[in-house]
Design a binder for this molecule. Structure first.
Ligand code: ATP
Ligand code: MG
Ligand code: MG
Length: 555
């Protein structure tokens, strides 16, 4: 049942609370730890939902922590964008905003303590030797430096910090178990030398802690009770627990792993998303085709649609790929309730009502949202010259075509009058430039006075006298392949060349003249559209198709 939500993490926490022990009377405390090296994507939205949502459910706390222990590629631009996106999704960390790099000094001290306890040593295997000495599943690893005297390791570690050695010359390794079946436990490197500028620490450090050592300490120092992370860290949990057990930390967090979110027809790794941006395959991180939070926002996604999507996918250990169509389904569901209905003609052709007096005009009152009685109604104008969709006319109809064609069936202009098509005008190339029709003055509002059956379709239109110009952008999947990451193909080879179609000459109702982002509308018969939050301006409206009306998703 797709509407039943399941979250095994909550079962675990319920157990922890029931058992008492270290979790006796605790406030559930989680954290969301993004690395500020890119923009957040819909996969992160799942993690945000898991981290902040769990805290919310238990009346607990959730920290926002920039995981900036790796000095490369990190940037304030990302730090700010991450905060904006989380707030936009509707979550808040209060004053619990941290940088992992702020704990470098404490991490260093814990490492010194480990050395003093005989639980860490300075190793000088080169990366090549490291591979050679690593052993295989059945053979224990070796390190000739494992029994280096404590005093010597302490001295070398201090000098590593002082900058005496080049990159790669020494590492600090935890002394755990060289024969462990879990390679992460075979004396993992916990510090490496890296002479690099850090976006926050400047040049203060030239040794940096490894993730597996740093992360449990960050969690413990912040008093995290449940450290929720993705499945690739499952094999690292013994090391996480080892660090917590062997450093004298103020809290004992529990790591729980859940499956990453994957979505078809897109890629989700920041590295690949960055490549799309840097190679100008898309217009930026916020290109409406991107699975980033800022891209989805610009596409017209609502926080509620994304939260519903995350919730309804559930949280489990089973990796699965969710259909993009389900994300669209969640958006459609939300906008169906909230979006104002308007008329917009995307590929306009002029329609002239030949028996409607020239210079005359009138207004119709039309409802804003049939699903929301509170939404009220608005006035739209009508006159002799209108715009209709080019595809709503065919000079020679195909079988079952029920729209406009010469001497074709009576059609309804939505909310206005019944008309019959009488012919068209064409240019020298044979393109239709104008459609002619007559209207029934007795059908005001769209229904015939004598109750006769209307055989043609209902067609949307806008009044040429008051219409506003707009640019409309239609989007399709960014990739033609459902799994661009699969096999050994290059994901760039399956980019969809038709993922963006720009319609520069659309005509929209006069009432839309002043709209601004983040407004969303249902363009009748066309789909849901939002005002582009970057390129739209008064005098040059730009709309993005968020999602079409037709739901292809099947439960
Ligand atoms: P990427 O491979 O996209 O760079 P990452 O895990 O390196 O992802 P982080 O910035 O470290 O990116 O992610 C912050 C948090 O979000 C982590 O706890 C991570 O596990 C989680 N996360 C990242 N991608 C997903 C995903 N697709 N589904 C669920 N959680 C995710
Ligand atoms: Mg990460
Ligand atoms: Mg990453």
């Amino acid at each position: 049942n797709p509407t039943m939500t399941q979250n095994f993490i909550h079962d675990f926490i319920d157990e922890d609370i029931a058992q008492g022990g270290q979790f006796q009377g605790m406030t559930v405390h989680t954290r969301f730890p993004p690395e500020p090296n890119g923009y957040l994507h819909i996969g992160h939205a799942k993690a945000i939902f898991v981290d902040f949502g769990t805290a919310e459910k238990y009346g607990g706390l959730c920290n926002l922590r920039m995981d900036d222990t790796n000095p490369t590629k990190e940037d304030v631009e990302y730090v700010e964008a991450i905060q904006e996106d989380i707030h936009w999704l509707g979550y808040d960390w209060g004053d619990r905003f941290y940088f992992a790099s702020d704990y470098f000094e404490q991490m260093y001290e814990y490492a010194v303590e480990l050395i003093k306890k005989g639980l860490a040593y300075v190793c000088e295997l080169t990366p090549e030797q490291f591979k050679e000495y690593r052993g295989d599943v059945n053979t224990p690893a070796r390190s000739p430096w494992r029994d280096r005297p404590i005093e010597e390791s302490l001295d070398l570690f201090a000098r590593m910090r002082a900058g005496e050695f080049p990159n790669g010359k020494y590492t600090l390794r935890a002394k755990i178990d060289l024969a462990s079946g879990n390679f992460n436990m075979r004396d993992p490197v916990i510090y490496r030398i890296n002479h690099m500028h850090h976006h926050r620490q400047g040049d203060k450090w030239c040794i940096y802690p490894m993730y597996d050592y740093a992360h449990p300490l960050e969690d413990a120092l912040e008093g995290i009770t449940h450290s929720l992370c993705t499945l690739e860290f499952e094999d690292h949990r013994p090391l996480y627990d080892w660090v917590i057990a062997n450093c004298d930390v103020p809290a004992k967090p529990r790591q729980i792993e859940f499956a990453r979110l994957g979505i078809n027809y897109t890629v989700m790794s920041k590295r690949k998303l960055r490549q799309l941006v840097e190679e100008n395959r898309v217009s930026g991180w916020d290109d409406p085709r991107m699975p980033t939070i800022c891209g989805l926002r610009r596409r017209g996604y609502t926080p509620r649609a994304i939260r519903n999507f995350s919730e309804r996918n559930g949280v489990s250990k089973a990796a699965s790929t969710v259909e993009f169509a389900f994300l669209e389904h969640c958006l459609r569901e939300d906008l169906n309730l909230t979006a104002q209905r308007v008329m917009a003609v995307l590929r306009p052709v002029k329609l002239t009502i030949t028996n409607y007096p020239e210079g005359q005009s009138e207004t119709f009152s039309v409802e804003n949202n049939p699903n929301d009685p509170e939404a009220g109604s608005r006035e739209i104008t009508f006159s002799r010259n209108l715009y209709v969709e080019a595809e709503d006319f065919l000079e020679t109809p195909v079988p079952k075509y029920k729209r406009l064609y010469p001497d074709g069936p009576e059609c309804r202009l939505k909310g206005a009058y019944l008309i019959k098509c009488t012919g068209c005008a064409k240019d020298e190339n044979g393109n239709v430039t104008e459609i002619f029709a007559t209207y029934d003055p007795e059908s005001r509002g769209g229904d015939p006075a004598d109750g006769r059956k209307v055989k043609g379709a209902t067609i949307h239109w806008v009044d040429a006298a008051t219409a506003v110009d707009a640019e409309v952008r239609l989007y399709d999947n960014l990739f033609t392949d459902a799994d661009p990451d699969a096999g050994d193909k290059n994901f760039l080879d399956c980019l969809n060349p038709n993922s963006l179609e720009v319609l520069p000459n659309a005509k929209v109702e006069a009432g839309l003249a002043g709209v601004e982002a983040p407004a969303s509308f249902q363009f009748l018969r066309q789909g849901y559209f939002c005002v582009d939050n970057k390129d739209s301006a008064p005098g040059h409206l730009v709309f993005n198709r968020s999602v079409s009306l037709k739901d292809s998703f099947k439960f």
